[in-house]
Each structure stands twice: as C-alpha cells, then as structure tokens.
Design a protein around this ligand. Structure first.
Ligand SMILES: [Zn+2]
Length: 168
C-alpha cells in the first residue's frame, strides 16, 4: 500500500477528540488534524502494539505551525504534546522573545528599516504571546516548564544587554 493510502486508512482509526476552527494546542487558526500518536508511529508499530499497550488514538484540530513543530515526534499524550509545543516555541523564537521592548514614541523616532524590523518583531511577539496564553490557560502548563522557558528568555535578554553595553 502506498504511503498516502495507508495514512488514509490509519486516519480512520483515530477518534476525533477535538474539532474546532481553533488549534487545540495554541488557539491559532486551524489547518488540519494532528494525530496522537503520529500516523507514522502507528504505521511503524502496528495497531496491535497500540492496543496491547493501551495507547489511545486521538486526533485534534491543529494549526500548521504546531503541526510542523510536532512532526513525527512521539508523545504519548495530548498534554505531552502541548508541553512540547510550549517549550519548542520559546527555543525557536528566542531572539524575538528576548529582544528589547520599545515604546511607540521610540519606534517613531527610528529610521524606517529599523522601525520595520522592530514592528515585525512585535507582530511575532504578539502572535507568540497569544499562543502562550492559550497554552497556559487551556493546557495548564506546569510551573517547572513555565519557569524553564522564562529562564531561557531572561538569560538571552541578559546576554543581549551585555553585548550592547560592551559595544557602547
Ligand atoms: Zn497551534
């Protein structure tokens, strides 16, 4: 059986756990379904293995960014997947998250290329903050993970400040 057909057959074995116009994990606009465990995993292990190990097969509405972030990674639970996304977003967008905040007045005084770069960064940061809020409120991200992510951002902010001080 070719991959596409096989995925289609396996897809029907999953129960819809959550179907919405918003991503189950982050609340962003939906692009398709995320399979937990991933289709590739079910294909590789076989359905008997999943049944014997009591691994449920769920699918949830998912945005394209969460879907590509998760890829074929195996996390046995939806909660595990939400926690992975929360951490991974902080790692992937660390520079944007750690960049300094500017007031509107400061931004207006900058030359246009720098202003555009900062405005774009604020758009990315806003998009991330909305998703983090959803992840924290809906999936109750554990305190230890929230702290680790915050530490990551604060450490990078500290480094950036030091680099700037040295260059002055
Ligand atoms: Zn998402």
């Amino acid at each position: 059986m070719n991959r596409k057909l096989k995925y289609k057959v396996y897809d029907q074995l999953y129960s819809v756990f959550h179907e919405s116009s918003k991503c189950y994990y982050c609340g962003d606009l939906v692009a398709g379904f995320d399979h937990c465990p991933p289709l590739h995993y079910t294909w590789t292990k076989g359905t008997d293995y999943l049944y014997e190990n009591r691994i449920p097969m769920y699918k949830v509405s998912c945005c394209s960014d969460c879907n590509s972030s998760l890829g074929n990674r195996f996390y046995g639970s939806l909660q595990g997947r939400a926690e992975y996304i929360y951490t991974r977003l902080h790692q992937r967008f660390l520079e944007q998250l750690a960049s300094p905040y500017w007031s509107n007045k400061e931004i207006q005084e900058l030359d246009s290329s720098l202003r555009i770069a900062i405005e774009n960064n604020e758009l990315v940061r806003g998009w991330l903050e909305r998703r983090f809020k959803w992840l924290r409120e809906v999936h109750l991200i554990p305190l230890s993970i929230k702290q680790d992510c915050l530490d990551l951002v604060l450490t990078r902010q500290y480094e950036l400040k030091n680099e700037r001080l040295k260059s002055v």
